[in-house]
Design a protein around this ligand. Structure first.
Ligand code: PLP
Length: 496
């Protein structure tokens, strides 16, 4: 399978090269030349498979330059780091409504589903492509990617990793998780501004020939662990398959019956993986894109215009506080009939004027599969509370946004009997104060008090990795201006 750029041109690379490079040379995102198919017979075979076996099957369709047994071993190793026997369990909370829990990995957020595996894809990818340089990974994070990437890559041989997060744009727990990170090859820097400023600054380094040349002189090759890297996207496709298969094997649906997913969305990586699963043949009817108050995607689906000229809100679901959703570029590319030139033009418009428009036909194509919804801060609190009261299930604030959107859908479509899987992206203890407030109405100032009281209120198990943060020394305290990140990078790789 070869990969091409969403912005056209002649570049055509293998899976290994797409992972190592991260971004296409013309600034576009790598997409598979065509969508591989999973047949009904293969789906049936997958019913009896373990999660790692399902993962290896799906991944090998994209990464056929990797050997399948190596992929399987890597998946087994990655998902053995998850708590419990199933890395992506499905919980039924009502008739036809399920929650897909993706937060049982080492850092308690869904980013672990891909970032526990990416180090293997990258290391092997370097071997396959004969790359000798050390790899420097730069990550812009709205909170959860940073920690998951640090944990995935810490002490990896031949790799250095540097994470940038918006200074006041992540939760206390997220910040603590990152700033206490162990490992000899890691660095974490706060950036003045919001996530979009942070992400743009990191993207600028990636697309700058001067920066790349300078790093090359020092023996480093840049790569990305952000969801613009196809190596992040591919492992996320797996859990859409797995959720479906679990519904079939537990007798909740018959094989072939279409289902819906509702996904809390920021950078559009998670939900895009659901779209890829559908394109590969998984019976998915609709994908519901859930936003918080930063509802640029909701407006996009409504109007067919992406318009980032708007106020930026800091919410209790910080990993969704994003106005420029990078992975949307891959969807736009598909619905434009894979028109790289047009996609490139639109991304230039987005950079320069902060908006672009779809044609009515493209808007209609998207509406066949996607719809958008959003939740304001009160609605998140009410939804988390209502679900807790009605079912005893505790969900985090990001999942709360998605649940609200799912509830609204059923309000408006009372006769709809299609099963809905709400994707849950974080452990509630990652946002203990906000979840405690939603569940009990209590406000506490300290995160660890929040954890204690949330445990008292819900009896949910506290993840050991979060409880341990209380006593871990803070290693990283640096703050940088967004236009000075490359200086930070150079001093990091020069340090001994
Ligand atoms: C990253 C993240 C999201 C958003 O996922 P995207 O792939 O960026 O759309 C939602 N919830 C949580 C908890 C996250 O960490």
């Amino acid at each position: 399978m070869y990969f091409v750029s969403t912005r056209g041109g002649k570049e055509r690379v293998t899976g290994a090269a797409a992972v190592v490079q991260g971004l296409a040379k013309n600034g576009g995102l790598f997409v598979p030349e065509s969508f591989p198919c999973v047949s009904a017979a293969e789906l049936e075979d997958m019913l009896s498979m373990s999660y790692p076996e399902r993962a290896a099957l799906v991944l090998h369709k994209f990464f056929d330059d990797y050997d399948k047994s190596g992929l399987l071993a890597a998946c087994e190793a990655a998902y053995s780091r998850f708590e419990g026997s199933d890395p992506a369990p499905l919980v039924k909370i009502d008739d036809g409504v399920y929650i897909l829990e993706l937060f049982h990995g080492p850092t308690c957020a869904f980013k672990d589903m891909a970032l526990t595996l990416l180090p293997y894809l990258l290391r092997k990818g370097c071997d396959i492509s004969g790359i000798k340089e050390d790899i420097l990974i730069l990550v812009a994070t709205s909170g959860d990617t940073g920690k998951a990437a640090l944990e995935g890559f810490r002490d990896a041989e031949g790799v250095k990793i540097m994470v940038f997060y918006p200074n006041d744009g992540v939760s206390k727990m997220q910040k603590l998780q990152m700033c206490t990170q162990d490992g000899s090859n890691v660095n974490v820097v706060a950036v003045k501004g919001n996530f979009d400023d942070c992400q743009t600054a990191v993207k600028n380094i990636f697309s700058s020939p001067v920066c790349n040349e300078e790093l090359k002189k020092r023996g480093y090759l840049l790569s990305s662990a952000n969801s613009i890297n196809f190596g992040r996207l591919a492992p996320q496709i797996v859990y859409y398959f797995s959720a479906y298969l679990d519904l079939v094997s537990s007798g909740q649906i018959e094989a072939g019956t279409p289902i819906d997913f509702c996904v809390p969305t920021g950078n559009f990586g998670n939900i895009l993986a659901g779209y890829y699963a559908k394109r590969m043949g998984l019976p998915v009817r609709r994908l519901h894109c859930a936003s918080n108050m930063n509802n640029v995607l909701f407006d996009f689906f409504q109007k067919g215009e992406y318009d980032a000229r708007r106020e930026f809100y800091k919410t209790t679901s910080p990993s969704m506080d994003i106005l420029i959703s990078s992975n949307l570029e891959r969807l736009i590319f598909e619905v434009s009939g894979r028109n790289g030139e047009l996609t490139s033009r639109r991304m230039a418009e987005l950079r320069e004027k902060k908006n672009y428009k779809l044609t009515p036909e493209e808007k209609a194509t998207i509406a066949e599969t996607f719809d958008g919804g959003w939740a304001n801060e009160d609605e998140v609190v009410e939804t988390v509370y209502d679900v807790f009261c009605d079912t005893g299930y505790t969900m985090d604030t990001h999942t709360g946004c998605a649940m609200k959107v799912a509830v609204d859908w059923f309000e408006k479509n009372k006769k709809d009997t299609t099963n809905m899987v709400v994707v849950s992206t974080a452990n509630p203890y990652k946002f203990p104060q906000d979840v405690l407030y939603a569940v009990t109405g209590n406000d506490v100032r300290d995160s660890f008090k929040g954890i204690k009281r949330l445990h008292a209120a819900t009896a949910m198990k506290v993840p050991a990795s979060l409880a341990a943060l209380k006593d871990k020394p803070v290693r990283f305290t640096g703050v940088s201006a967004a236009d000075k990140l490359f200086d930070e990078v150079l001093s990091f790789i020069s340090a001994k």
